[in-house]
Design a protein around this ligand. Sequence first.
Ligand SMILES: [Fe+2]
Ligand SMILES: [Fe+2]
Length: 153
Amino acid sequence: MTPISGVAPTVVAREGMPRMPFIEWNEKLTIGHAQIDSQHQQLVRMVNELHDAMAAGKGRDLLKPLLDRLVQYTRTHFAAEESFMQQSRYPDYAEHKGQHETLTRQVVELKQQFDAGSKHLSIDVMNFLRRWLQDHIMNSDRKVAQHIAAAAK
Ligand SMILES: [Fe+2]
Ligand SMILES: [Fe+2]
């Protein structure tokens, strides 16, 4: 069989199939601090949107603003979380802030590579972003929420 054209096959979502979000919000991601949880939900929504746009084969002009917004909101969220940590005199503030810096650097680097055209959004990139977000929430942010809750007692 001769290929009809040089166009790569597109993955089409099957109709009628219940569509699972790329990152599903669940109790493992809920850390028990209302404001932080709602910001995390917003980040999850943004990564999901980026994933869905990527999976639907959207072009760079549509993906770019989604990635830009994710980078921007990441900065907003980290700043908010850092101020909660300071207010509650979180003992591991410096270490946690260091993690935020690394995470920010990673996502900014991704954005720069995407903008320069040297990186495409792929499922590997999306899997990286899912880990990037989930691991930090489940391992580090959870400790902040526990500290804030204990300090309020
Ligand atoms: Fe954090
Ligand atoms: Fe966070």
